[in-house]
Write a protein that binds this ligand. Sequence first.
Ligand SMILES: Nc1ccn([C@@H]2O[C@H](COP(=O)(O)O)[C@@H](O)[C@H]2O)c(=O)n1
Ligand SMILES: C[C@@]1(CO)OP(=O)(O)OP(=O)(O)OC[C@H]1O
Length: 158
Amino acid sequence: MKIKVGFGFDVHQLVDGHPFFMGGVHLEAQKGAFGHSDADVLLHAICDALLGAANLRDIGFHFSNKDERWKGISSLVLLKECVKMLTEKGWTVGNIDAMICLEAPKINPHIPAMQKNIAEAIGIEVEDVSIKATTNETMGFIGRQEGVVAYAVVLINK
Ligand SMILES: Nc1ccn([C@@H]2O[C@H](COP(=O)(O)O)[C@@H](O)[C@H]2O)c(=O)n1
Ligand SMILES: C[C@@]1(CO)OP(=O)(O)OP(=O)(O)OC[C@H]1O
């Protein structure tokens, strides 16, 4: 069996009164993530980790932020498209481990819903989707609640 690892990172600006999607869950918060799509930073990091593992470039290469088709789109759709690209190359997703860096709101209560969304979109078990969160201890742009960051690693095999 051939096994590959992939790494993904994403960052989005936080804007007052903007909707906040994370792992396909709508978070109730004063600020939300701003982007061309729904700006779901966790799903974008996972997309990039998957694409990277299969050496298929990155999310912006396939879904340009100049393309009106992706304006406001749910990143669960983009995630499913990325998985389709991997499947066409014969890859199966093993597991995902992700980290969100965000000052507020608390992510922990929403992690089971995010795991379910991601597992369903990819076609893997919930137990193979790990999501964690940390604050930035009030430091830097994350600490000032100006932005949100996510990192992800994945294993794929064929
Ligand atoms: N947005 C966040 C940030 C953190 N958590 C959880 O709280 C724990 C403590 O965070 P520190 O940054 O103070 O170490 C962290 O380990 C997470 O379990 C969260 O749910 N949402
Ligand atoms: C997803 C895309 C496409 O809608 O737009 P954004 O929501 O701005 O997100 P980003 O993380 O900058 O990734 C690539 C983009 O092409």
